[in-house]
Design a protein around this ligand. Structure first.
Ligand SMILES: *[C@@H]1O[C@H](CO)[C@@H](O)[C@H](O)[C@H]1NC(C)=O
Ligand SMILES: *[C@@H]1O[C@H](CO)[C@@H](O)[C@H](O)[C@H]1NC(C)=O
Ligand SMILES: *[C@@H]1O[C@H](CO)[C@@H](O)[C@H](O)[C@H]1NC(C)=O
Length: 455
């Protein structure tokens, strides 16, 4: 960190100019014949000092660099005055003169708080014209303060949960699971234990404070290198696939951890998510406009199951009419002539014993099928699919509300239940008009028996 950009934020954990990096300066200075940083006479050797600055400068965010100060009495082996009366008064950085411009802006914090006096570019009297230091004065850090210097100690984990309730129980489960993971990593000594700290409709957040930055950093790097994934197990982390406008979409859950200093500045963070590929298909295998059921007046919901006198399984769907939902859509007045049903690939031909529509009582209709080729289900690979049709319904918005369509599946077929009959276990239908060339698809909502459209 010799040169600072014209505009930089220097987040100073705690620091002093010490002899750590001065061998290089010595050589460079000797070769060039220029005065040596820090351009003043002072004690430079580590054994004459209890302080040192970590060789690693961290860069927690853009334009922010953190220096970590160490205070170690054992380092002082000479009995020098700097060993017995140690304070850190000033921190200096050897800076490039090109940074000494009017617009240059640097700020510094110690442990997340601004330093009493901001950093300033300075040409020390003993330095050459081309030499500058960036100095921060009046630090007044005692050995105890410096040794206790901590910056990033607060660790939070947020869980965006889609596959279950987002409530206090989920938040508490996350908190106890983090505590167990942290203990298993050998860092159970916390300043503040992990507790549920925030909740809203999508996310629970758990935070805890470590006593030292090194412990927090250790758990932080554990979290980013597999720890979050391990945490996913006890909390039951998963995504959920839901129907939306006739297609299956993945609602992803997300785990994120972040480490902050006392001012709330983020020092470190990482996220964990899992892959999610919802099943897709090309149903209803035709140009289908307006495409989505909410742009037609019709809804189709699963309502009930019955067992026929022959011992077969009957499943009923109720048609609803809502002309508010389709507004100005061309198909808002469409008639309803046919409902097609996407079945479980080509396994279910012959599975339908017959079907009924409540407007034509006492007529047990026989099954009508078409065979289609789907190129989407297996991503480019041909899949043969059976489409079942309940046709000649002769309905219009004025008489369709409450009409029931019931499909009877043969108990002794390959697809005896809706779970096995509908592709993916969730019944996807398409409504068709006779007169207006309208078509739209959706998944039928409803929960009954083994059928449960996940929403
Ligand atoms: C330096 O810190 C000590 C102890 O915290 C305090 O008593 C003293 O007033 C401080 N001096 C300055 C100049 O801030
Ligand atoms: C819920 O909280 C999270 C984390 O604080 C935030 O990112 C998200 O925007 C919040 N969502 C809502 C709906 O308020
Ligand atoms: C009809 O659709 C509108 C718009 O989507 C919705 O707000 C309303 O609740 C629906 N009415 C019924 C009875 O479902």
């Amino acid at each position: 960190m010799r040169s600072l950009r014209g505009v930089a934020l220097l987040a100073l954990l705690a620091g002093i100019s010490v002899a750590v990096a001065q061998d290089d300066d010595l050589k460079a200075g000797t070769a060039s014949g220029l005065p040596l940083f820090p351009y003043a006479s002072c004690t430079k050797q580590l054994p004459r000092n209890i302080f040192s600055v970590d060789a690693t400068v961290t860069n927690p965010s853009a334009n922010t660099y953190c220096f970590t100060i160490r205070a170690d009495r054992a380092q002082c082996t000479t009995g020098d005055v700097c060993c017995t009366n140690p304070t850190v008064n000033k921190f200096e950085l050897d800076a490039k003169p090109v940074c000494d411009v009017f617009a240059q802006k640097v700020s510094a914090t110690i442990n997340g708080r601004p330093t009493p006096v901001g950093p300033a570019m300075y040409k020390p009297p003993a330095a050459a014209d081309s030499q500058r230091t960036l100095r921060i004065t009046q630090l007044n850090l005692t050995a105890a303060q410096a040794a206790d210097a901590v910056i990033c100690i607060k660790l939070c984990v947020a869980w965006v949960r889609t596959n279950g309730p987002v409530n206090k129980a989920a938040c508490d489960l996350l908190a106890s699971s983090i505590s167990a993971a942290v203990t298993a990593q050998g860092e159970s000594d916390l300043a503040l234990p992990f507790t549920c700290s925030a909740m809203n409709s999508t996310t629970v957040t758990v935070c805890g404070d470590f006593k030292t930055e090194s412990a927090a950093r250790k758990i932080g790097s554990y979290m980013s290198s597999g720890g979050l994934g391990a945490l996913a197990v006890p909390i039951g982390f998963d995504n959920i696939i839901v129907p939306q406008d006739g297609v299956m979409v993945c609602k992803k859950s997300l785990l994120t951890y972040w480490l902050t200093d006392m001012s709330g500045q983020v020092c470190d963070s990482a996220s964990f998510a899992t892959d999610c590929r919802p099943p897709q298909d090309a149903f209803p295998y035709c140009t289908c406009e307006p495409g989505v059921a909410r742009r037609t007046p019709y809804t189709v919901s699963y309502t009930r199951k019955f067992v026929s006198s022959a011992g077969n399984n009957g499943y009923c769907f109720k048609i609803g009419v809502n002309q508010t939902q389709c507004g100005t859509s061309r198909c808002c007045g469409m008639d309803l002539q046919k409902i097609e049903w996407l079945t479980n690939k080509d396994n279910c031909f012959y599975a339908v014993d017959g079907w009924t529509v409540s407007t034509q009582p006492n007529i047990y209709k026989s099954a009508v099928w078409s065979r289609e080729t789907d190129m989407v289900m297996q991503r480019g690979v041909e899949t043969k699919v059976g489409v079942f049709k309940t046709n000649e319904l002769n309905l219009v918005p004025a008489n369709a509300a409450g009409v029931e369509v019931c499909i009877t599946l043969k108990a002794k077929s390959k697809c005896p239940t809706l779970d096995t009959f509908c592709y993916g276990g969730v019944c996807k239908f398409a409504v068709f008009s006779k007169a207006t060339n309208c078509c739209a698809k959706d998944y039928a909502p409803g929960v009954f028996g083994e059928y449960n459209r996940r929403r």
